[in-house]
Design a binder for this molecule. Structure first.
Ligand SMILES: NC(=O)c1ccc[n+]([C@@H]2O[C@H](COP(=O)([O-])OP(=O)(O)OC[C@H]3O[C@@H](n4cnc5c(N)ncnc54)[C@H](O)[C@@H]3O)[C@@H](O)[C@H]2O)c1
Length: 252
């Protein structure tokens, strides 16, 4: 019998998803979800070149098609006869640059679907009796943008703030399953959150420890999935190289 539990990673083909998958690989089986099938396949072949023992399952899914997410996910688990799932990390996210006056209601629905509601739908499946018993930890990704205003990123900030409220409520309802979030500052990834002008460089320069790497984020996600964080739930950890405590952050 395969003793390794499964960890589900959404946004698995992102740099953070790939870095976390690498760290988890020897101890866990993985289920990787992303919209971009080619990128997932690249991540899977990278992982298989490191470890041939762990199971790596994957499927492409568009989280904006929110009414189908729960059923598609549950059908996948049934098809592969999976029940031993111990963790979920929701990395998938979008960060459109759009001033409030230019936003349409569908833009708001889309960002909420991808950044939060897809995770809600997956968690609702994982709360079913056959999956719930093995579940230990859920981690979502917020952003420091949830904590202050960023020009033309109001939808992003609001969707990430909702994640932080969600982890508090879900921690209360789902205990002893632990539910936490991290709120990164600027992380150097392939497709970092974009800004409307030269704000990116200015923002980056305010990080006391410089901008972060996907590995910095994967380390904290790994910790929050592990038993080392067994007394932590309902929290959002700001992991931002010190930008949010920098009193000079707003200086020109
Ligand atoms: N990079 C940063 O500076 C930074 C800072 C704070 C928070 N974050 C958060 O970290 C996460 C990863 O960010 P990143 O910078 O690596 O960006 P990224 O664009 O590389 O990663 C996002 C992932 O989500 C997937 N995705 C997008 N739309 C999807 C959809 N409709 N359905 C399913 N999957 C979809 C993408 O394919 C991608 O793999 C995001 O949640 C982001 O908001 C990033």
């Amino acid at each position: 019998m395969d003793e390794k539990s499964y960890i589900i990673i959404t946004g698995a083909s992102s740099d953070m998803g790939a870095a976390l998958s690498k760290q988890l690989l020897s101890a866990h089986n993985l289920i990787l979800l992303d919209i971009n099938e080619n990128s997932i396949l690249n991540t899977v072949s990278m992982l298989k070149s490191i470890d041939t023992q762990s199971k790596i399952l994957y499927f492409s899914i568009d989280f904006n098609d929110i009414s189908a997410v729960g059923k598609t996910f549950q059908d996948f688990l049934k098809k592969h006869d999976i029940s031993n799932i111990s963790g979920l990390v929701h990395i998938a996210g979008i960060a459109p640059v759009l001033p409030l006056k230019s936003t349409e209601i569908d833009d708001w629905y889309k960002i909420f679907n991808i950044n939060l509601l897809s995770a809600v739908e997956i968690i609702r499946v994982l709360m079913k009796k056959q999956y719930k018993q093995s579940m230990k930890s859920v981690v979502l990704i917020s952003s420091v943008a949830a904590h202050f205003g960023v020009k033309a990123q109001i939808m992003y900030s609001v969707s990430k703030a909702a994640i932080e409220a969600f982890v508090r409520g879900a921690a209360v309802e789902l205990a002893p399953i632990r539910v936490n979030a991290i709120a990164p500052g600027r992380v150097k990834t392939n497709s970092m959150a974009v800004f409307i002008d030269d704000t990116a460089e200015k923002f980056e320069s305010k990080h006391l420890l410089g901008s972060g790497s996907a590995e910095n984020i994967a380390d904290i996600l790994y910790f929050l999935l592990s038993e080392k964080s067994s007394w932590i739930t309902g929290q959002t950890y700001i992991i931002d190289g010190g930008v949010s405590v920098n009193a000079l952050m707003n200086e020109k």
